[in-house]
Design a protein around this ligand. Structure first.
Ligand code: NAG
Ligand code: NAG
Ligand code: NAG
Length: 827
């Protein structure tokens, strides 16, 4: 909206410059004015002060002259000089200026527009005097089949040119006088409702209608004109059309004629509808065409509607229906359904189990051979030589079933099936369908141990509880992890609960462990029977022998290492201690323990000896080099007599003392004993003749004197603390009297016994022959003496016989018991 102040501003401008922008002047003149001329129209607003100029009137460009207008110079009025005709010119545009003689414009130009006001002086006129129309039977009432045209020259939009039509007369007036109706304003001619019902019976001839057109609208007055309409009634050719069968993919020129519809009435326009919309058209003559190839699979049937319409698009009658059926061609092959997830079939399913049902879709006409699909199994192919197949396929239903050849769990098989239409006949289209089949596992395998017998495993009885005895491994041929889970249990051989099992749920390993102490005494061996089974329920036959494993365990007795009664030993002896002196006895701590064998480990000086079984330690020889105050350490080892691996050791420290005043070696002449040679199994018994009678009892130790010959020839065995037994060491000892030195020691005191032993030749009873003679000389020396000796020998023989006999008689009483009874040699 323009604000009010802007309007005010404009008004001011108009008043400030009135001469520059004079407003147009409008003036109206009645057409065909019948009064006096000149007719004064309007007074021009000429300026009074500039009256010395002249007024110039001019028309617009298409106006030849200023006629019929003029300006009265005196009054300044615009005048018209004659009557005006609106139909000749409805409007005049004039310019008025005030100019000087030399053409200088003093005022203006002032525009004046003269309108000629219409008068109804024109008569309406039909476009034709005679109209002809064809009217088809079956035309609906009220649908115009003819449009009358009339014109009126008076001003449009005024009542002077507002026309009305009407029927004045109908001839013949048969069967009804009002067969037709005419729209008054539009001049549209149609059958009247009454006329449409009786049109069929009025075929005789054309109807003639006298029609009128009149102006001034609905007013009674006005100019009018008439015309004639000849209407011929024609037969209805709007007959139903037969359905049309069209081949799909038809290769012809398009558009391709398919049918003809004909409306026999005049002034017809054909209109085509397709349901659903399709490539069809109709031309002006009612010929129907298809404009391009059809595809049955896209649309198999169309319903076309053809309409016959007047120029206003109104249907003359009901539309014609035309069915177009598209005929099938085998232009579609079978299409496999989209490849879905693979089909799962449990293993060991019986033959005949349906795996899947193939369904290839063929878009061609259902029920026709073009869509009749049959199936053929391409893969897997039957195995050479195998009796059955993995799968069977029903060619018509597409049902895939299991064949007789068993499948294995975990197999993934791609089924390839050829689907062919035309029922598999030659020329059919085909495609290959693929379906993945997975054979799923069932728990049909029991777990089994890889080894059924384990061991024997030796375990010391002192191994700690929780010690690993054995690891057993079991396998399960099933694939599914859940079907491979195992439970283990000890079935037998574990009454005491000595053993237990440990395992990880998802491993095939189980550890047999000790839970309690073993005991050799309680059970020297164990047979532990371990069973394995699946956690999941087993399908099919039960577990076999492989589900059991036997572990044999042998218990090793553990013997404690020997233990001595002391951890270390000490002895104090004078440096003068003779060989063979008993120092001490090393003993096991427990007298009931097993037998021990003793040895000295590092007696580098060789001073000592130990009795292998008794553990008595003696001096082995005289202690040369030992000095009083010194000590000598040796290591004593005690081994188990049966298990040499078990041993212990202890140190033995010998402290050397000063030698006591040398004792008078009492060379007591012990009464002579007799022993015969070769050596017999007896000797002489020696007792410790203690010179110090006060010391009384106490263990004495005996040793042979240090003379090597004596050591070689004789052997001395200690019987107990007071007696020893002297025997021949060699098989043969020279028969003569021998003085055998025997050293007796006791509490660091020692003395010597000189044991006289007469060695003789043994007689048949193993006794001495009492052939005692001084046979000191060697026989070789005697041989030099020769015959003298022989003579003397004869004499000696007799003497010896006599002596022997005497000695035997005397000795028999003395010596007989000496061989078996101990003899106490006198000091
Ligand atoms: C098992 O033996 C150990 C020594 O080897 C001993 O200390 C423990 O007390 C024993 N346990 C049982 C339950 O006998
Ligand atoms: C014997 O061995 C013991 C212990 O090893 C040692 O103390 C001692 O001196 C050794 N004795 C000799 C004579 O080597
Ligand atoms: C103390 C002891 O047992 N002495 C004996 C040692 O052996 C001789 C001979 O066998 C016995 O006569 C003693 O009594």
């Amino acid at each position: 909206m323009v604000p009010a102040w802007l309007w005010l501003l404009c008004l001011c401008v108009t008043q400030v410059f009135p001469e520059a922008q004079p407003a147009d002047l409008h003036v109206e003149v009645p057409e065909n004015y019948g009064g006096n001329f000149p007719l004064y129209l309007i007074k021009l607003p000429l300026p009074h002060e500039k009256a010395e100029g002249r007024v110039v009137l001019s028309g617009d460009s298409d106006m030849e002259a200023k006629d019929p207008f003029a300006v009265d110079p005196d009054s300044g009025f615009l005048t018209v000089t004659r009557a005006l005709d609106r139909e000749e010119q409805a409007e005049y545009q004039l310019q008025v200026t005030l100019e000087t003689e030399d053409g200088h414009v003093l005022w203006g130009p002032q525009h004046v527009i003269v309108h000629v006001k219409d008068e109804n002086d024109q008569v309406p006129r039909f476009s034709q005097t005679v109209y002809r129309a064809q009217l088809s039977q079956g035309t609906r009432p009220g649908v115009p089949f003819l449009f009358l045209e009339a014109s009126d020259g008076d001003a449009p939009g005024t009542a002077n040119s507002d026309l009305r039509f009407r029927i004045l007369n109908q001839a013949p007036a048969q069967p009804l006088p009002n067969m037709f109706q005419l729209e008054p304003q539009l001049g549209a001619l149609a059958l009247s409702p009454e006329g449409s019902t009786s049109l069929d019976h009025a075929l005789e001839g054309p109807y003639q209608l006298l029609v009128q057109v009149k102006d001034m609208g609905d007013q009674a007055s006005g100019h009018q004109a008439t015309a004639t309409i000849e209407i011929s009634i024609v037969e209805n050719t709007w007959v139903p059309l037969e359905p049309i069968h069209l081949e799909e993919n038809l290769e012809v020129l398009y558009p391709h004629y398919i049918a003809q519809a004909h409306w026999s009435g005049g002034d017809v326009r054909y209109h085509l509808d397709s349901q659903p919309p399709g490539p069809f058209k109709v031309d002006t003559e009612g010929k129907l065409y298809v404009t391009r190839e059809l595809d049955r699979e896209a649309q198999a049937e169309f319903v076309l509607q053809v309409r016959a319409q007047n120029s206003r698009g109104e249907d003359y009658t009901a539309p014609l229906e035309l069915h177009v059926v598209v005929m099938d061609e085998n232009d579609n092959g079978p299409v496999c359904l989209p490849y879905g997830p693979s089909v799962s079939i449990p293993e060991l399913s019986p033959p005949g189990t349906e795996v899947t049902r193939l369904s290839a879709e063929d878009a061609d006409a259902p029920g026709s051979p073009n869509s009749y699909v049959v199936y053929q199994l391409l893969s897997p192919e039957p195995v050479e030589g195998a009796e059955g197949r993995l799968f069977e396929l029903d060619p018509t239903s597409g049902s895939v079933t299991l064949g007789t050849t068993p499948l294995q769990a975990g197999q993934n098989i791609l089924l390839q099936v050829l689907a062919t239409d035309l029922a598999g006949a030659e020329g059919g289209l085909s495609s290959t369908c693929e379906i993945a089949v997975t054979i799923t596992d069932i728990n049909d395998h029991a777990p089994e141990f890889t080894t059924s017998q384990i061991g024997p495993i030796s375990l010391p009885e002192d191994v700690e509880p929780e010690t690993l005895v054995a690891t057993l491994m079991a396998t399960d041929a099933d694939l599914e992890p859940a079907f491979r889970l195992m439970d283990f249990a000890i079935e037998a051989g574990n009454v005491e609960g000595i053993f237990g099992l440990d395992w990880e749920p998802d491993s095939g390993h189980v550890q047999l462990r000790l839970r309690k102490n073993l005991s050799y005494e309680a059970a020297p061996h164990h047979k532990v029977v371990v069973v394995v089974q699946n956690v999941e329920e087993l399908v099919g036959p039960g577990p076999g022998p492989g589900s059991t494993a036997t572990v044999t365990v042998l218990v090793e007795r553990v013997i404690p290492p020997p233990k001595l009664d002391q951890e270390s030993y000490e002895a104090r002896i004078p440096v003068s201690t003779p060989a063979g002196s008993l120092l001490l006895t090393i003993q096991p701590s427990d007298p009931r323990s097993r037998a021990l064998r003793f040895s000295l480990v590092n007696d580098s000086e060789g001073w000592l000896s130990i009795k292998e079984f008794s553990g008595e330690v003696h001096t082995a020889k005289s202690l040369h080099g030992a000095r009083p105050g010194d000590s000598y350490t040796v290591l004593v080892e005690a081994q188990d007599a049966d298990e040499p691996g078990l041993s212990t050791s202890a140190t033995l420290v010998v402290h050397f003392l000063k030698a006591p005043p040398a004792p008078t070696p009492a060379l007591a002449l012990v009464p002579a004993r007799h022993l015969c040679t070769p050596r017999q199994d007896y000797g002489v018994l020696i007792t410790s003749e203690d010179p110090d009678l006060a010391s009384g009892h106490g263990p004495y130790s005996f040793a042979l004197g240090p003379n090597p010959t004596v050591q070689r020839d004789w052997r001395l065995q200690t019987l107990n603390g007071s007696h020893a037994y002297l025997t021949l060491a060699l098989h043969w000892v020279e028969p003569r009297e021998h003085i055998v030195p025997v050293v007796v020691s006791h509490n660091a005191r020692m003395w010597q016994l000189l044991v006289r032993v007469i060695v003789c030749r043994c007689n048949v009873e193993g006794q001495c022959m009492r052939k005692v003679g001084r046979m000191k000389g060697m026989p070789t020396k005697l041989s030099a003496v020769g015959i003298l000796v022989g003579t003397l020998a004869a004499i000696g023989f007799f003497l010896i016989l006599i002596f022997t006999h005497l000695a035997l008689a005397r000795k028999k009483d003395l010596d007989q018991p000496a061989d078996s009874v101990p003899l106490k040699p006198a000091v």
